[in-house]
Ligand binder design. Structure first.
Ligand code: HAM
Length: 438
């Protein structure tokens, strides 16, 4: 008896047509993040549940509603990581990294899990490309990270992203502001959901993030934290702005940008995809990057008193945008060899393997069959050239390469449609025509 299965809702398969885009943007990330002095780390997908409750915050949507939490067979409560900062800080503290280097720059790339309501650009398993810096409280580090994000988005070809910037001040300016907010939201208590009332009680700043219809007017008129932050945080914020201006990176100040996680202090930022015209391919899930400073987290997780700042980008959203904007790459073979049935078939197949071993992407149809079919297959897999290996070619030691990138109705005598290349020179000839990213 057979049984058919579907993948888990909100968790996507990435099939070969999409993978070319993913590999391209991941490759660019590894290069660019390396240029900025970041080293890659890989932490496990599951962590002690308490790590996220403590760092992301008990009253956040992530911890309240979205975590994949389960007991393992030893009775430990584990959670599939909903984000990468807490695990990175845990590893940084656990391995005593601060003792050997005063400044640490790490990046990571991998799947995260949140039980969210699904829609375009919002999934339950999604991929983040994140970066964290520990050991510098200087505004230059905040800006270094923002600049990295900005450069990366340009490098992969995502235009029309707007940088939103805010400062949350330090921990000390928080209680007074929370009180002001409680007073501000008080008149709206009756109209609020039970959930929002709880949030007002425990962490009213979270309400500024709320999508609840009844709260939107109150949110719009809420006093801005930016107006009441401490002097040192204000000076830090001004310095961030000056450095961004010096780099020519445009931003808008967004006083409601509190972010959905509790560990932030001072600078917070998001890059939001906002096309000036046409449909937004990401719908309402337009935030492609979020980050900020979290100076108390390392100490709060048992480490030394080291300031931290970082960001994470949603790779699913970026891959979608890059694909929608036509920046993806087909990634087809350079040559497709057509073969005849008969004694030369082995020689032709051996040629294909030899070229592959020499570093070229070469394909053939192992099922053989009519040449016209093989040519169609070459077209379908996006090959650059098609060549038949038969008796005549074997005798002359030459392959006649047909350029498949020319329009179908190009006359046969068009220069460049066919080119004879000696078999012995094929590898070097194709290498000089190798296309695509480095
Ligand atoms: P976050 O804003 O929760 O921040 O997530 C960062 C990015 O991950 C979002 O801007 C979005 O592009 C992507 N993302 C989040 N949830 C989903 C989802 N369900 N489906 C698809 N993409 C999603 C953090 O996670 C912080 N750890 C960032 C950070 C690093 N702050 C300091 N260091």
């Amino acid at each position: 008896m057979s049984q058919k299965f579907a993948g888990v809702k909100g968790m996507n398969d990435l099939l070969p047509p999409q993978i070319a885009t993913w590999q391209r943007i991941e490759g660019i990330a590894r290069n660019l993040f390396g240029n900025y002095g970041f080293s890659e780390v890989r932490t496990p997908v599951a962590e002690d549940t308490a790590l996220f409750v403590r760092s992301v915050g008990e009253v956040t949507d992530i911890v309240k509603k979205e975590m994949y939490t389960f007991d393992d067979k030893g009775g430990r409560s584990l959670t599939l990581r909903p984000e990468g900062t807490a695990p990175a800080v845990r590893a940084y503290v656990e391995h005593g990294v601060a003792a050997t280097e005063p400044l640490t720059r790490w990046f990571y790339l991998g799947p995260m899990f949140r039980y969210e309501r699904m829609k375009t650009g919002r999934y339950r398993q999604f991929y983040q490309l994140g970066a964290e810096v520990w050991g510098s409280a200087d505004a230059a580090t905040d800006v270094e990270l923002i600049s990295l994000c900005h450069a990366y988005l340009q490098a992969i070809g995502v235009p029309e992203v707007v940088l939103h910037l805010n400062s949350l001040g330090d921990e000390a300016s928080r209680p007074a502001y929370q009180e002001t907010l409680r007073a501000h939201f008080q008149p709206f208590l009756a109209a609020m959901s039970e959930d929002a009332r709880g949030t007002l009680e425990r962490n009213p700043m979270r309400l500024l993030d709320s999508k609840e219809e009844a709260l939107q007017a109150a949110i719009a008129s809420a006093p801005a934290l930016l107006e009441v932050i401490d002097d040192a945080s204000r000076a830090h914020f001004d310095q961030v702005r000056r450095l961004l201006d010096a780099l020519g990176i445009a931003y808008v100040i967004d006083p409601k940008l509190v972010r959905g996680l509790d560990y932030y202090v001072r600078t917070t930022f998001e890059f939001i995809y906002q096309p000036r015209s046409g449909e937004n391919a990401l719908g309402t899930a337009g935030t492609v990057c979020g980050g900020g400073r979290y100076d108390g987290l390392v100490k709060g997780l048992g480490g030394p008193d080291k300031p931290g700042v970082g960001f994470a980008m949603g790779l699913d959203r970026l891959a979608m945008l890059v694909g929608a904007l036509g920046q993806g790459r087909a990634g087809g073979p350079q040559l497709f060899v057509g073969t005849f049935d008969g004694p030369l078939r082995e020689t032709a197949i051996a040629l294909v393997m030899r070229l592959r071993n020499q570093g070229l992407m070469v394909d053939f149809d192992p099922r053989g069959g009519k040449l016209g079919r093989q040519n169609e297959r070459a077209d379908k897999v996006g090959a650059r050239y098609f060549a038949v290996y038969g008796q005549d070619e074997h005798a002359r030691g030459v392959l006649r390469l047909k350029d498949l990138t020319l329009p179908r109705d190009t006359p046969d005598d068009h220069p460049g449609k066919y080119q004879d290349v000696p078999v012995e020179q094929l590898a070097s000839w194709l290498l000089t025509r190798k296309e695509g990213p480095p």
